[in-house]
Design a binder for this molecule. Structure first.
Ligand code: 4NP
Length: 159
């Protein structure tokens, strides 16, 4: 058996209660389905803002994940300097998250920072904030993070 280096991935949105905990749950679920769990050191999520620190994911985000069998177990946290040292990939949802992350990135961090949607084979780069909309937005986010998860695993050469 070949020993590959393990990879750590942090998903980031604004509040860390809707999109990024969904991305974390869906990505971890897809990794597990492909029997790739051992290839990842850490899969986690965080928000650029601290309004919801300590909260469970939004019930609409959790319900959408659970509907498709992706277990959600997370408490909101804010992005810290430590995350930039600890994670190989920091994948965010929209341009505002990207700008905030690039501004926070400390000198010397080797983390690759990108829109998660860059890995969507359908080219839908932005994963829109669903907070003030209906359940449809969460369903749409779910499809996007599913496609982007597969695309990212292909990018890593694991699929
Ligand atoms: P998220 O969604 O960034 O996908 O977690 C949001 C959650 C909360 C707020 C905005 C977006 N908020 O303004 O409280």
């Amino acid at each position: 058996m070949i020993n590959h280096p393990t990879i750590s991935v942090l998903f980031v949105c604004l509040g860390n209660i809707c999109r990024s905990p969904m991305a974390e749950a869906v990505f971890a679920h897809i990794v597990q389905q492909h029997q790739l769990t051992e290839r990842f050191k850490k899969i986690d999520s965080a928000g650029t803002a601290g309004y919801h620190v300590g909260s469970k994911p939004d019930s609409r985000s959790a319900a959408t994940c659970e509907k498709y069998g992706a277990a959600v177990n997370h408490r909101a946290q804010k992005v810290t300097t430590q995350h930039f040292k600890e994670f190989d990939y920091i994948l965010c949802m929209d341009e505002s998250n990207l700008e905030d992350l690039l501004n926070k990135k400390p000198a010397g961090s080797k983390a690759v920072i990108s829109l998660f949607g860059e890995f969507d084979p359908q080219g839908e780069r932005i994963i829109q904030d669903p907070y003030y909309g209906g359940i449809d937005g969460f369903e749409h986010n779910f499809k996007q993070v599913t496609r982007a998860s597969e695309g990212f695993l292909k990018h890593l050469g694991m699929l």
